[in-house]
Design a binder for this molecule. Sequence first.
Ligand code: BJW
Ligand code: ZN
Length: 241
Amino acid sequence: MNSAVDTISVARSALAEARSAVVLTGAGVSVESGVPTFRGAGGLWKTFRAEELATPFAFERDPKLVWEWYDWRRQRIAQAKPNPGHHALVELERRISEFLLVTQNVDGLHADAGSREIVELHGSIWRTQCVGCLEVRNNREVPMKSMPPRCRCGALLRPDVVWFGEGLPPGALNRATRASQKCDVMLIVGTSSVVYPAASLGPAAVHGGAQVFEINTEPSDLSLYYTLLQGKAGEVLPALL
Ligand code: BJW
Ligand code: ZN
């Protein structure tokens, strides 16, 4: 018997019987849409790692450099369309009465696909926040005309995302944590599970008694706590329906 197919049928049955489910996604779910991941092959921009650019210190030191990275990513994401993995999660939401999609991604592709109950843990690349007056605005300008961009009040604008050392939006983290603690099934899709507190949601679900399945092309840091369905999100997620 093919064990990968077997675990897929176990996951499919668990989802069919679930009253409540949480799906946690990371950069891997958008790879098949052409959006690069942060870590591993293709995870570097120039010679920088995410840990060097996604920080308030990097922005303070060199806002233009940090904006060049975001502008490059915004251009890639602007051309991206949701893939079969994103679409399968829309259908899953339609089938399960209590459903929450928790994403670490800032690309907005889950909403583009039609998912409705979404918690964005790390913000959105399509909003800016003024570091002076703190105003948050939608911003779809691609490429950015002035680098780094400035607010009407004259202060610098930053991407409205969560950088290392910054707190997650408290409402978002609370909602994600509560749902994870009480769900019947959790799917963890396309994340290396190295960034906290997002990575703690899987263990919270295990602790609450949920069946937790991980969908990833490679084992992650926390795979031994979950049932791994190894493969591409765009192929495995549709197979779960
Ligand atoms: C596929 C695939 C396919 C490929 N199909 N799969 C506890 C322990 C240790 C450290 C900490 C801790 N608690 C807090 C920390 C500090 C820190 C942290 O976690 N550091 C670790 C790196 C060590 N966390 C924070 O600072 C957080 N804030 C916080 O905790 O505040 C309170 C506090 C402050 C100060 C001190 C202590 C506490 C904030 C974290 C913010 C993360 N921000 C970023 C940038 C967001 C904006 C942007 O996009 O630019 O979020 S970093 C980056 O990593 C981004 C991502 O959302 C995040 C996670 O990455 P993800 O999604 O997992 O992507 P990859 O690339 O890592 O993995 C892709 C995966 O896909 C791989 O596994 C592939 O195999 C797979 N894959 N193709 C399926 N087709
Ligand atoms: Zn301002």
